[in-house]
Design a protein around this ligand. Structure first.
Ligand SMILES: [Zn+2]
Length: 121
């Protein structure tokens, strides 16, 4: 590599850094803050940012491990499906076991007042 070329590349890198610094003074921080809030409150939004997928095309519900769920044909994310109401519910997750755990937690919450005790196995 010639010194001249190195010099040019160095200049470009410096310019890039300068532009980035210029862009990021305040506008970015203002913009990222609400996006961060949405992403942490909605798992779906976080997945969207990672995979760029809205999960608009969900598969026909399938059964697995005693649960009905749909799978996104674009990215493979799963979502539980209520066969009685015939609509999907709950969070999006790539791991069916996590969804089952979530579902179980939802079912157990309203029973808290009744003191359902399970023997430790
Ligand atoms: Zn998807």
């Amino acid at each position: 590599m010639s010194d001249e070329l190195k010099h040019e590349l160095g200049q470009e890198a410096n310019q890039g850094r300068f532009n980035e610094g210029h862009k990021g003074d305040k506008g970015w921080a203002d913009w990222l803050w609400p996006v961060g809030m949405v992403a942490t409150s909605l798992a779906g939004a976080a997945l969207l940012m990672l995979r760029g997928c809205w999960h608009r095309r969900m598969s026909w519900p399938v059964r697995g491990q005693g649960h009905a769920y749909q799978v996104c044909v674009s990215c493979g994310v799963k979502r539980l499906f209520d066969e009685k109401e015939f609509r999907p519910y709950g969070p999006y997750c790539y791991d069916l076991n996590e969804l089952i755990q979530w579902e179980r937690a939802q079912r157990e919450e309203p029973l808290q007042g009744k003191r359902v005790e399970r023997p430790a196995s």
